[in-house]
Design a binder for this molecule. Structure first.
Ligand SMILES: [Zn+2]
Length: 167
C-alpha cells in the first residue's frame, strides 16, 4: 500500500467526462430528446453540456455535439474552441466532425461508435460513405454551380473591410 493518493491522470478525467456525456444521452431520452449527449471541456474543466434536440427543437442540426459547441462558444464568448476537448457519447457524424473542425477543437473523445448507433436505428453510415467515397451519383441532393459575374462581390467586400475580424 502506498501512503500517498495518486493524482487522476488526464485519461481518468476524460473517462469521467465520457461517463457524464453518456448520462446526458440517457437523460435526453427521458426528456424527449435523442439518445446522444456531449460536453466541451477546457483546461480540465467542463465548459458546456449538450444533448440531441433535433425533434424537440425541430432542428436537424441540433446534434449533441453541435449543441455543446454552440453553448461552449456562448460560455467562453468566442467562436474558436481551440484548446478544447469535445467529449461525446457516440462517434460524431460527418456534420459534427466538420463542425468540430471549423470550431478548431483540439481533441474528440467518444464511446459508442457508428455501428452501435446503427443498431438503435441511427444509421449515418451512408453519410460517412458519401464523404469517404465521394461518388457523385450516390448523393441524394443535387449540387450545381451557377457562374454569376457577382460571385466574388462578398469576398471583395470582405477583403476591402479594414476592421474585419479574421477567423
Ligand atoms: Zn452529429
Amino acid at each position: 500500500m502506498t501512503a500517498h493518493t495518486l493524482e487522476p491522470t488526464a485519461q481518468d478525467i476524460e473517462r469521467v467526462w465520457l461517463e457524464k456525456a453518456i448520462q446526458l444521452a440517457t437523460d435526453s431520452v427521458a426528456n424527449g430528446g435523442g439518445p446522444f449527449g456531449a460536453l466541451v471541456a477546457r483546461a480540465g474543466e467542463i465548459v458546456a453540456l449538450g444533448n440531441n434536440k433535433v425533434t424537440t427543437n425541430l432542428d436537424p442540426t441540433a446534434h449533441a455535439e453541435v449543441s455543446a459547441m454552440r453553448a461552449a462558444c456562448q460560455e467562453l464568448n468566442t467562436f474558436s474552441l481551440a484548446g478544447c476537448v469535445l467529449v461525446t457519447s457516440c462517434e460524431p457524424c460527418p456534420m459534427c466532425l466538420s463542425s468540430a473542425l471549423w470550431a478548431r477543437v483540439d481533441r474528440i473523445v467518444f464511446a459508442a461508435d457508428r455501428d452501435d448507433a446503427a443498431v438503435a436505428g441511427f444509421d449515418d453510415r451512408k453519410f460517412y460513405d458519401l464523404f469517404e467515397k465521394k461518388p457523385q451519383s450516390m448523393w441524394p441532393l443535387a449540387i450545381e454551380r451557377l457562374d454569376l459575374p457577382s460571385r466574388t462581390a462578398p469576398f471583395d467586400a470582405w477583403v476591402a473591410k479594414s476592421d474585419r475580424i479574421d477567423y
